[in-house]
Write a new protein. Sequence first.
Length: 69
Amino acid sequence: IAAVSLMLRDVESGKTAKQLFKALLITNGLGAVITTYASITGVFVGFGWSDPIFFVSLSLLTYKQLRVQ
């Protein structure tokens, strides 16, 4: 997901770009929800708390890029 985010940062504005960013935002948001749930229920231990932060960060960056489009 991070590689896709990196590659999409210089995409030209257009309908296709918006749809790609929307799909990426949904994917990152879903990742944030799932990893947060896993952290709360105890599936993740140790540094598991960092996964939700990673997905939330990607979601915020994707949202910012979507607003630019």
